[in-house]
Design a protein around this ligand. Structure first.
Ligand code: COA
Length: 582
């Protein structure tokens, strides 16, 4: 079938549907919902059998939905309507939630239900649930509706009971923070229900901001009033509640200036001056993280018998964004891990994202700091990122595996490819390209790691198609191309245990030492053929032009990205009906 994805932006849900529908053999094109006339034009050009709208902020024009089947993906159970479906499900502590596919009609979310899929609502932020459970359920529901779809025939309705109801946009006062009254669990629920958008309004150090990335604190916090920040760790501030404390990892502070959108920054960076006076409560990388363990971005543990031990390193950087500080802590962790007697190291990234490369919000913040600049911050960040990747590439006395629990994009994808092998589950989407960010050339030794994965010297052409194509790849597509070595599970929930088992088996395999020796040899041969320093220097020469050169595309694209500015047109590689990528 010809399916037009009509969407406000090419977000994680739209990307996953794009890869799954294409993999199922459909011809899929994308149009951003910019204006009714643009949508009408896209439909006239592509003549789709079906318009599928995964993420909309406005209605589909009647001129389109009255003439062809248009389906809306709604992140709510059957009968639920309204723009705050997930926010309310979290706030109201629902145990189960769902996704519904509806036929578009004049009213929002009011059309016949064509299919639905449900999931257990785990404790997580709205964004994390959206990118994992909602996306998985949406794929199931869309495929269920497709199985019943007969072009030209009347829609077949889903017989599910309509448990939900219409509810309006959640008002700010419905989840306003009251530090004196709210207990910690209530605060956590409120923050998570608004994380990533719009963020929960609060005051820290007497200043208005929005809170994100909240975690329960296990330690006894230094004394303080509810709402007071009393300590720091990594990106986070420890904030007192009336019955415990929360780590707040990220905040947005309003600059008050229309042309300076508030940036989502590490709390310790956004309130750098204030945080400098707070005690640092550092924890060990290999701390015991059982029930009620201490939260931090990084965690390392080992398992397996003495002769076949594996290391498991998690780096749960918020939104997968790796600022200079995060890159350095990852590099230092990898340096320390060198001293550990393991045969295998698994890099498990974060549960939501493996990594999304350099931290674009932090770089934007540098542009606003006297004496600093976005170009300098980009340069520092990419060098720090390269240092971390180099540490991994030169870890040759053991095998390394990247276990992708969540998506990876741009430099974060190439960080994964720097491991000896990449494992993923079926739901993972990779964006192994940089060009969408204002034609950024990219570094992270991608010119070394990518061609060798996609096939020797012939790999150059395949590598070019991947990086120039700018398309998301599903885990199975990535496996066909050689970017992923194994797809170990259908969903994130089962993946971690399977990845650990696979790593333990490898470490205990009789040929493990031979494989490590082969890896060392290959690295030495590669180094002799062309040193890693040469790859780095070549990539950075391009990056220097991107950052400091005459063409401002990267700076403009980054500014648009952090400000979440709506796109004025659909990128040509996605809009097949507009003729570019043919
Ligand atoms: N730096 C800072 N923030 C980043 C980021 C980065 N490199 N990559 C993603 N984010 C943030 C987004 O701003 C967004 O923030 P939110 O909390 O306000 O929602 C959040 O992570 C999720 O990103 P989003 O774009 O909504 O996720 P997605 O799954 O729809 O798309 C990507 C994933 C990777 C395609 C997209 O985020 C992207 O293009 N990121 C930039 C990658 C990049 O160019 N990195 C720099 C070069 S190495």
């Amino acid at each position: 079938m010809r399916i037009l994805l009509l969407t406000h932006s090419f977000n994680s849900l739209a990307q996953r549907l794009f890869v799954e529908l294409r993999r199922a053999g459909h011809e899929v094109s994308v149009e951003f919902d910019i204006a009714d006339s643009v949508t009408e034009e896209a439909v006239a050009l592509f003549e789709p059998d079906l318009v599928l709208a995964p993420f909309m902020k406005r209605r589909i024009p009647e001129s389109v939905w009255s003439r062809r089947p248009c389906w809306i993906v709604h992140p709510g159970i059957p009968g639920d309507r309204g723009p705050s479906a997930l926010d309310r499900a979290i706030l109201e502590s629902e145990n189960e939630w769902g996704v519904t596919v509806l036929q578009a009609v004049a009213e929002f979310d009011a059309g016949p239900v064509l299919a639905h899929a449900e999931f257990a609502l785990r404790e997580a932020t709205k964004s994390d649930l959206y990118r994992a459970e909602v996306v998985d359920a949406a794929v199931r529901a869309v495929f269920a509706a497709l199985a019943r779809f007969v072009p030209g025939a009347a829609p077949v309705e889903d017989a599910a009971p309509q448990r939900g109801r219409a509810r309006p946009l959640l008002r700010a006062d419905e989840r306003r923070i009251d530090w004196q009254q709210d207990d910690r669990e209530t605060l956590l629920r409120k923050i998570r229900s608004a994380d990533g958008h719009p963020g929960l309004g609060a005051r820290l150090f007497g200043q208005a901001c929005r809170l994100y990335d909240a975690h329960r604190a296990a330690s006894v916090a230094p004394p303080g009033q509810p709402g007071a920040a009393v300590a720091r760790r990594g990106p986070a501030l420890l904030v007192q509640c009336r019955d415990g404390a929360l780590w707040i990892g990220h905040v947005r502070r309003d600059s008050g200036l229309a042309d300076e959108p508030p940036l989502k920054l590490a709390a310790t960076l956004a309130f750098a001056a204030e945080a400098a006076h707070l005690p640092e409560l550092a924890v060990a990388l290999d701390r015991d993280n059982g029930e009620g363990g201490q939260w931090d971005e990084l965690h390392y543990r080992e398992s397996g018998p003495a002769a076949a031990r594996i290391g498991w390193l998690e780096f749960a950087f918020h939104n997968g964004a790796m600022g200079t500080r995060q890159c350095r802590v990852l590099r230092d962790a990898l340096r320390w891990i060198r001293t550990r007697p393991t045969k295998v190291l698994v890099l498990a990234g974060g549960p939501a994202f493996f990594s999304n490369g350099i931290h674009l919000h932090e770089i934007e913040a540098a542009a606003r700091r006297p004496g600093d600049s976005a170009a300098d911050a980009s340069w520092r960040n990419i060098n720090a990122m390269n240092d971390a990747v180099l540490e991994l590439l030169t870890l040759t006395d053991r095998l390394t595996f990247a276990a992708l629990r969540g998506n990876a994009g741009a430099g974060g994808c190439f960080l994964a490819l720097a491991a000896d092998a990449v494992w993923a589950h079926r739901g993972v989407v990779l964006n192994p390209h940089y060009k969408n960010m204002g034609n950024l050339y990219g570094s992270e030794y991608w010119t070394y790691v990518l061609p060798r994965r996609v096939g020797g010297s012939a790999g150059e052409g395949a590598a070019r198609r991947i990086t120039q194509g700018r398309l998301p790849l599903g885990a199975e597509d990535a496996r066909s191309l050689g970017l992923v070595d194994a797809v170990l599970a259908d969903e994130a929930a089962a993946f971690e245990a399977q990845a650990e088992q696979a790593a333990l088996q490898l470490a205990a395999a009789p040929d493990i030492d031979r494989r490590i020796a082969a890896k060392q040899r290959r690295r030495e041969e590669d180094e002799a053929a062309k040193p890693l320093a040469a790859y780095r220097a070549e990539e950075l020469a391009h990056m220097q032009r991107n950052f400091y050169g005459f063409d401002p595309s990267y700076h403009v694209a980054r500014h648009h990205f952090v400000a979440r500015k709506a796109m004025a047109w659909t990128p040509r590689p996605l809009a097949l009906h507009r003729g570019a990528a043919r």
